[in-house]
Design a protein around this ligand. Structure first.
Ligand code: NAD
Ligand code: TYD
Length: 355
């Protein structure tokens, strides 16, 4: 891929920061617009300090004047839109922020992108891309024997999070069909890897296990997720950015369905080996009250991305999960800075009611 200028939103979060590290490594220049909510963390990008390929802008996708200024000043080849409220449990306890950021924020960004695209010469307008990063959760929940989600699966979102992402996907689609904005959307399964905020299943369980705290498995622990190592997701986004067809959506998945309880047990086994203190860690597993409306199973059919653009996940779950546990063991300071702040209130609020 030739070197590009990318306006990345939400680049201080989990996937966005992994994406920026990879994009800069591949020779792209990135302008990173992030509001630094509880999930944004500049420590994720510490290795880019002083690197002129990364420009950080503290601000919101709800600020249309700021976005217009950034588009005008930096004239990016593409917008890569990660910024979102992303945690299902938070969306259940406080859905308003999800409507604001995920729906109104995406709308604000689309409006600014369209205005900008219209100001470009025809050739540049055709190559300009708006890449919308979305989730498999928009498709709802699968029964055990149902075929995996494909790009034509009807949308049936069940949580305020997935409903807000579904709404944003529909807006993105409409800006292509109505206005001709050159959009592409990716719908990805659950990611894991370095820099994931320890409110999500895998980093939360690693953190709790290391600290001798209980491992709260929702319901019966038999819910299934399709786990993808984060750098494989970043690679898929860069592939779609380069070769994806405007107006198309691409499902991205790990080809790796796992029951939650099995994931937790695997983490315990790896920790027994890498962090023997506290072993056996599976004694900490505790079943807690289920998440309301908890989707039973997600699985992604990513054959379109594989066959049309030649992408496939490179990391196996065995290697990826081991690397992830090792990363959290090696980066205790990164975790400690997070868990000493607002995080404590969230943990008390979310888990006290599940006891
Ligand atoms: P995250 O919660 O770790 O990061 C979100 C980032 O967006 C944070 O840096 C936050 O500060 C920023 N942000 C929030 N509101 C903003 C605003 N108004 N303006 C600018 N920045 C704002 O999320 P993530 O897990 O990295 O997910 C990134 C994207 O990928 C999301 O759109 C999410 O829906 C999607 N996605 C995530 C997963 C997953 O497993 N984590 C899977 C599929 C798709
Ligand atoms: P999560 O990481 O929040 O991702 P998502 O809800 O977007 O799939 O949760 C992954 C799975 O793990 C989901 O089925 C809920 C479950 N889970 C637990 O059992 N315990 C927990 O403490 C958390 C945070 C999640």
């Amino acid at each position: 891929m030739r070197s590009r200028v990318l306006l990345v939103t939400g680049g201080a979060g989990f996937i966005g920061s992994n994406f920026i590290l990879e994009a800069v490594r591949r020779g792209h220049a990135v302008v990173n617009l992030d509001a630094l909510t509880y999930a944004g963390n500049m420590d994720n990008l510490a290795s880019l300090h002083g690197n002129s390929a990364h420009t950080f802008v503290h601000g919101s996708i709800l600020d249309s004047a700021l976005i217009a200024r950034l588009l005008d000043e930096h004239r990016p080849d593409a917008i890569v839109h990660f910024a979102a409220e992303s945690h299902v449990d938070r969306s259940i306890l406080g859905p308003a922020a999800f409507v604001d950021t995920n729906i109104i924020g995406t709308f604000t960004l689309l409006e600014a992108a369209l205005k900008h695209a219209r100001s470009l010469a025809e050739d540049d307008r055709k190559t300009f891309r708006f890449l919308h990063v979305s989730t498999d959760e928009v498709y709802g929940s699968l029964s055990p024997d149902e075929a995996a989600f494909h790009e034509e699966t009807p949308y049936r979102p069940n949580s305020p999070y997935s409903a807000s992402k579904a709404a944003s996907d529909h807006l993105v689609r409409a800006y292509f069909h109505t206005y001709g904005l050159q959009v592409v959307t990716t719908n990805c399964s659950n990611n894991y890897g370095p820099y994931q905020f320890p409110e999500k299943l895998i980093p939360l369980m690693i953190h709790n296990a290391i600290n001798g705290k209980s491992l709260p498995v929702y319901g019966d622990g038999q819910n299934v997720r399709d786990w993808l190592y984060v750098t494989d997701h970043c690679d898929a986004i860069l592939t779609v950015l380069e070769d994806g067809t405007p107006g198309e959506t691409y499902n991205v998945g790990g080809l790796n369905e796992q029951k939650n309880l099995d994931v937790v047990k695997i983490l315990c086994t790896i920790l027994d080996e890498l962090h023997a203190e506290g072993a056996p860690h599976d004694r900490l597993i505790t079943y807690v009250k289920d998440r309301p409306g908890h989707d039973r199973r997600y699985a992604i059919d990513c054959r379109k991305l594989q066959s049309s653009l030649g992408w496939s996940p490179k990391e196996s779950f065995e290697t990826g999960i081991r690397k992830t546990v090792q990363w959290y063991l090696d980066n205790a300071v990164w975790v400690e800075k997070i868990v000493s702040g607002e995080y404590r209130e969230w943990i008390t609020g979310n888990y006290a009611s599940r006891a």
